[in-house]
Design a protein around this ligand. Sequence first.
Ligand code: GCW
Length: 658
Amino acid sequence: MWLEYEPRSSGVNCVKSLYLSLKGFTKEHPIVANALTELERGFAGMLAVTKENIIYPLDEAKPPAETLALRLERDTEISAEGYQLTADEYSLSLRAADESGLLYGVFHILRQIAIEKPLAELTLMSQPDIKLRMLNHWDNLDGSIERGYSGRSFFFAQNKVLPYERMTDYARFAASVGINAVAINNVNVKDAATRLITPEYYSEVRQIAAIFAAYGIRLFLSLNFAASLELGGPQSADPFAEEVINWWQKQIAETYAAIPDLGGFLIKADSEGRPGPFTYGRTQADGANMLAKIVAPYGGLIIWRCFVYNCTQDWRDYQTDRARAGYDNFITTDGDYLDNVFLQIKNGPMDFQIREPISPLLGAMEKTNQILEVQIAQEYTGHQIDVCYLVPMWKEALDFVIGAGNDKVSDVVSGKTYANRGGIAAVANTGDDANWTGNDLAAANFYGFGRLSWSVNLTAADIVGEWIMMTLSRDEQVINAVSDILLHSRLTYEKYTTPLGIGWMVSPHSHYGPSVDGYEYSRWGTYHRADYLAIGVDRTSKGTGFSTQYREPHASIYENPATCPEDLLLFFHRLPYSYLMKNGKTLLQHFYDCHHEGVKEVEAMIAGWNGLAGQIDPAIHTRVAERFARQLDNAIEWRDQVNTYFYRKSGIEDRYGK
Ligand code: GCW
């Protein structure tokens, strides 16, 4: 990842020894111990300051030349997890109120060295914009990963917990970008995973919790809402049934006694076949509160996902609109949740497509804690074969102004609006592949998620530049070329797959590669409804009414094709192929052209990457080049299948005869 600590030019930071002092913290605290080890590693690797040249405690006399005096000090005035750095010519002070803040500050110093910037510039105060910064792993206990594209799980195999080394490395790099909560098992909790809360796994789960805690990360488990039925308890999961409540009380008490550090539980209920309160005629709030009340005495949180929709729709049914489901299922429950319940809402109303509007549920519930959920794993965005840098998409979600006021989604999830609490969560893209993320460039998404969650105002370009400098090179040509590739990659992917917000058209199940009608006659509610004249679903007030779920001015803007942002045109509207776009082209010609441009852009990315041969680690260069070759095949397949499909359907020639 980005913690390899290869030698850095000593020009900017010519430090030969390090004087370290620690005040108000103890070396023995696990987080402090990890912070100090990290300093040792970083200084040894990047600046060749070996362990013998690190001296504690700091001798108050002025240290000799080329020595950095680093003072680590507790300061209770600083906010939780935050830190303050003050630099002068030969000394640096890092102050924090808590151990996590100290660790984050240490990573900041190491980042500064890694990107070859002077330590003397480090005078700043930093605190996280979003308090809960979480990763969700969709790892199954058999070792498979749902929507995983980087090998197998490094948490589980064959229903056992794996050795801890890799989890420790993982905790290190997750903490280095500010992650402070991790759920390790798939939200689809089945089979052995249901038993993670039982004695069968206590000692291992406790160990993972301890490894994470030593990096300031709280462990969460995904929970099976119907666990009582599977673990020999009552044959019901009705949240109002006394026997069910009693069973959970006993179960949770036992789990917390064994794993006191547990942050809480993540729950996918009433969704895609998972059990939930609807089965018993109860609301989502009834289900969430039953568990929340039980975990509250232990300081636990209940993170409840809002991905609740009818996945057994009849494609002939034009009334039901999956896009509406999240809002319809939850909006009436605003104000019903206990304080330790957080609703976790996907960025878009459908499901992690390359372009969707921001979910209207985000920010709509004024009395409820909300977490924005995004997907780092590239399920619909190229499986980490295709390059698709997602930070710009997440920024769009965070920057979205939810209504006529100035409140953005980032204000809601950072708890600035409505005086509620919030967070951000992402489905992780890591596995046991040696490089962690399959495509080396996909690591930029992990890095970017963490950095953006800490500082929502960082730009995608800033974050990408940092990542390149930390991993590939400090050479300006490399930085520019790789930035160019990453920053345009999402638009490119969109062009050769499903532009204008139409989405889907993917191969069923795998979700890689084109299949225009793959889900058209299925139960999943993801239809494009193309015929020989027109394409799209009318989601305006005249259609399914989805656009009316937005606050103004969005509702009116989306309602009308003339004002609807063009990249969302086919999300909101059903339009004839002859519809005239702002660029003067017909909708269909635009669609054809996008696909050709997309492929051309992939070719350009490849040329850009090839130009870097010899300038970056050859192993990385070769691995990424191999992925690019597969991306080009994929892009060509998308272009040709989609364009042929619409040519056949409409009978309308491409203007250029392609
Ligand atoms: O889109 C779907 C994915 C499922 C996933 C689900 C979810 C974990 O295809 O694999 O299940 O989203 O978010 O719950």
